[in-house]
Design a protein around this ligand. Sequence first.
Ligand SMILES: Cc1ncc(C[n+]2csc(CCOP(=O)(O)OP(=O)(O)O)c2C)c(N)n1
Ligand SMILES: CC(=O)[C@@H](O)[C@H](O)COP(=O)(O)O
Ligand SMILES: [Mg+2]
Length: 638
Amino acid sequence: MAKTFDEIPLSRPATPLLDGIDRPEQLRALPREQLAQVVDELRAYLLYAVGQSGGHFGAGLGVVELTVALHYLFDTPEDRLVWDVGHQTYPHKILTGRREALPTIRQQGGLSGFPKRSESEFDTFGVGHSSTSISAALGMALGAEMAGKQRRTVAVIGDGAMTAGQAFEALNHAAHTKSNLLVILNDNNMSISHNVGGLANYFARIWASKTYIALREGGKRVLSAMPAAWDFLRRTEESMKNMVSPDALFESIGFNYIGPMDGHDLDELLTTLTNLRDLKGPQLLHIYTTKGKGFAPAEADPIGYHAINKIEPKKRLQQAIPKPGPQIKYQDVFGRFLCDAAARDDRLVAITPAMCEGSGMLEYSQQFPERFHDVAICEQHALTLAAGLACEGQKPVVAIYSTFLQRAYDQLIHDVALQDLDVTLGIDRAGIVGEDGATHGGVFDIGYLRCVPNMIIAAPADENECRQLLYTAWQHPGPSAVRYPRGTGPGVPMVEQFTALPIGKARTLRDGRQVAILSFGTLLPAAMAAADALGATVVDMRWVKPLDEILIRELATSHNLLVTLEDHQLMAGAGSAVSEYLAASAITVPVLHLGLPDTFIHHGKREALLAELGLDAAGIEQSIRDRLRLLDVRAARG
Ligand SMILES: Cc1ncc(C[n+]2csc(CCOP(=O)(O)OP(=O)(O)O)c2C)c(N)n1
Ligand SMILES: CC(=O)[C@@H](O)[C@H](O)COP(=O)(O)O
Ligand SMILES: [Mg+2]
């Protein structure tokens, strides 16, 4: 039985077997009897390492046995193993040559928090966004068939990820192609929050029917000697089968369903996977696991332990750094807005695609349960659901991370904007997100939103402006979006009273000369500091669409250089909107755009990445000085 810890070990545990495994071949060289010890050592080391680094926690603990069994029985990396989301792959990384590097995970220059093809041959597919594993694995299986390769292909997908449409698109196609593909459904009855929806209930009933299955198997043996009774059981089984038959859903799609089974029973896993690995055609193995398995606090609170910060040893906590000012997270600014606006207007209804806690909606969901919808990992459904609600005169708010909104782009255009429906998007994690890295960067939303007719887009600079712009956007009777970053603001207290701010109007914070900095969003404090050194004008633009064109025109005629600043790709960003306006108005003025370059920004601390990209005060000042020098040189040349 797996060992269960109550504390995260602060010193490295002894892992004699694990220390000898730098590649799965060395795992496969061990006798099967030693695998249980590998599991215990792997779980202990995982606890220690994530304690050192912080990062995703519960999901990895839940697949320690599965990871050992898969790398033991399948010839990885030749056999392809595709993990869904990938937050559960720390055990996989430990067994595939990254044991010693694990404490660097999610840190700049360290391991990615998700499988990444460029990081390891064992990371067969880059993930981070959920529900892509079956599609990718099917593609690999078809690719192998085309190349005449006899390799096996496995996708490991969680019950949460299985709620997304793409998972079923892939299941549907896999059944059609009848490819040799093993899908392992890792069912822990958890998404980040508790998993929701009919599918989650179906899975739960399967598990509950485990007793039914046991009875059925047991009953068959006993009753087969008594024909009449056997006939009765068969008829009963038929009626019960419709109620809780575990294979109804997947078998009817065309998969051979096996399960449910205990995903922590290593022996059972090894036996079952040995039987399954060479079966032809699409197979689905349904395993039950516990998110956070082996660490009692995480087993008890899988939501709280989905991810953890690095564990600070007690001694360091005594010299805690003095707490900064009254900063609150932008997600909590959003949650407070929802509660306050919902209390005033019963048309507010809030929707999240499985990110309740991360979006700051827990309190709202408890206060207004009848106007709260967690739709599971279904971003596309979330947007069109909101569109339907708006058709009926409600005022829906969709809370969605910038990166995950990418999933619902057609729904935004086709279902919301084209019909000019009253849907508000609270776009969290806009800009560089930090440790989650490039898969989660919220750095494209301005580009993909501002070209959509009927959209209005706000980029608040601080907590109070975020609150007021959320209210303004929500009041607006059409499609609207407010983008704000991960983490806390500069500590500007929120004003209780809602004020509908003028749409498309900026606010000038400092009148300077020669240079005008047009700041879009939360990099404003850095802009102000740079302006101090330069004597520059600073404007909090507040709105990406519509722009404050009158102000831009005035600034262009009264300054020698306009500087736009944004936590977004430069291409198609807010700065390019300013240049488009100037060009369309035949206004000629030098413009310097500051933002993210045309590359993916990988994982690290958000502030350090911004500084490295020249988006801190010093970097902004330096860029402006360089540009002024260039302009002087050009002026001197005549
Ligand atoms: C498209 C998308 N939406 C949302 C997320 C955020 N997210 C990360 S893990 C997770 C829950 C996944 O649940 P499950 O697949 O059951 O894995 P578990 O954590 O239970 O092992 C969610 C919603 C994501 N990664 N991708
Ligand atoms: C794996 C995944 O997609 C989520 O767990 C995501 O990492 C959450 O991001 P935040 O930590 O910013 O809420
Ligand atoms: Mg789950």
